[in-house]
Design a protein around this ligand. Structure first.
Ligand SMILES: *Cc1c(COP(=O)(O)O)cnc(C)c1O
Length: 375
């Protein structure tokens, strides 16, 4: 008897090659121009991208910087944060959010997240406010915005809101773009983000002329004019070659985000009949961009190993809550400090998610997942 088994195909976690294929010609032409002029730092490409991104998101200013982590740190500095200040952030985030707070000189104060959406718990954030609190940093995790307006209502007006919008390019809350919900926002164009460069890049977003001007000063050695330095700054400019890539990709981003939404709906449908898998929950008022599609399962490590064995590129975002990392052990927050963040770290799996993922690929992911969970 001949085998009728279908060929088993690997499903990647993401597909940067497909995105590149769509912009390759534009990137090549743009890069040739930069190289032809040997103008490798600065140039019209930076301002062009900044103004395109600002217009696209409906935010007054986009200040391009070297990466998302610097973007958070410079936004904090622009808000006047420094030693002695406290900044409140969720315990379940990429390490960069906490890192930037510590590097600014301030003290990170971690709070728990909600179990269903994995977004910051507004009540916990409000309860953590002290006389020293200067900033709260909601993280728009997985591509869905935190409830910034609820935070605003629950916080004293002297406390600023800095959005970590690294995973939420194009996301909206009640029709307002991520990055425009708080006082200032930081985003990252790390290659795997919804809008990804071909290396490190990031931006600070704000409607405030003053904050934007301060960040523009900070990114350039605190220098308003050549060899004049008014404040201690950074060397963290947006790279010219990256600006070319970002402009080309920004033109496709709405389409790519729509494809991600369609893929998320297909996952929702496929998973509806699967016991033992808790799918993602979208908060009322949110239009997410599905940077990641994250589910929860028991025996996560075994299930993940089975997905990997079947050549399915699943991941964990993130396996260790900030307070459980060695780098932040000094905060003295032991196991049990943030139960929801810790439970999520033990149960979450990020399924393959990228604009051109096919229904067949998603069916394969869900069938392997369902079998593993049932075992
Ligand atoms: C990617 C990311 C960052 C940091 O961005 P980099 O550009 O890698 O420095 C910060 N916060 C979150 C939530 C991220 O996902």
């Amino acid at each position: 008897m001949t085998s009728t088994l279908p060929t088993v195909e690997a499903v990647p976690f993401l597909d940067l090659a497909a995105a590149h294929a769509e912009v390759a010609a534009e990137v090549e032409a743009g890069w040739a121009e930069v190289v032809g002029r040997t103008a490798f730092v600065g140039g019209p490409q930076i301002k062009a991208f900044e103004s395109e991104y600002a217009t696209w998101s409906g935010i007054a200013h986009c200040v391009g910087v070297g990466n998302g982590t610097d973007a958070i740190e410079m936004a904090l500095r622009a808000l006047g944060v420094g030693p002695g200040d406290e900044c409140i952030l969720p315990a379940n985030t990429f390490i960069a959010t906490a890192e930037a707070v510590t590097r600014s000189g301030a003290t990170p104060v971690l709070v728990d997240c909600l179990l269903d959406t994995a977004l910051v718990d507004v009540d916990a954030a409000a309860a953590a406010v002290t006389d020293r609190t200067r900033v709260v940093l909601p993280v728009h995790l997985y591509g869905q915005t935190a409830s910034v307006e609820q935070l605003r209502a629950a916080l004293p007006s002297r406390v600023a809101i800095l959005e970590d919008a690294a995973q939420s390019q194009g996301a909206q809350r009640h029709g307002v773009a991520a990055g425009k919900l708080g006082d200032i926002a930081a985003t990252s164009f790390y290659p795997g983000k919804n809008l990804g460069a071909y290396g490190d890049a990031g931006a600070v977003l704000t409607d405030s002329d003053d904050l934007a001007a301060t960040v523009a000063l900070l990114r350039e050695h605190g220098s308003p004019r050549k060899y004049e330095h008014t404040v201690l700054g950074f060397n963290s400019r947006l790279d010219t070659l990256q600006a070319v890539v970002l402009s080309a990709k920004l033109r496709r981003l709405d389409g790519w985000n729509a494809q991600r939404r369609a893929a998320a709906e297909r996952y929702d449908t496929l998973l509806a009949g699967v016991d033992g898998v808790t799918g993602p929950v979208v908060a009322e008022g949110n239009l997410p961009v599905w940077h990641l599609y994250v589910v929860r399962v028991a025996e996560r490590d075994r299930v993940l190993a089975e997905l990997h064995e079947a050549k399915i590129g699943a991941g964990i975002h993130y396996p260790t809550a900030v307070h459980r990392t060695e780098a932040f052990a000094h905060l003295g927050k032991g196991s049990g400090s943030f139960p929801n963040a810790e439970l999520l770290a033990d149960e979450i799996i990020s399924l393959p998610m990228f604009p051109n993922i096919t229904p067949a690929q998603q069916e394969r992911v869900v069938s392997v997942l369902a079998e593993a969970v049932a075992r």
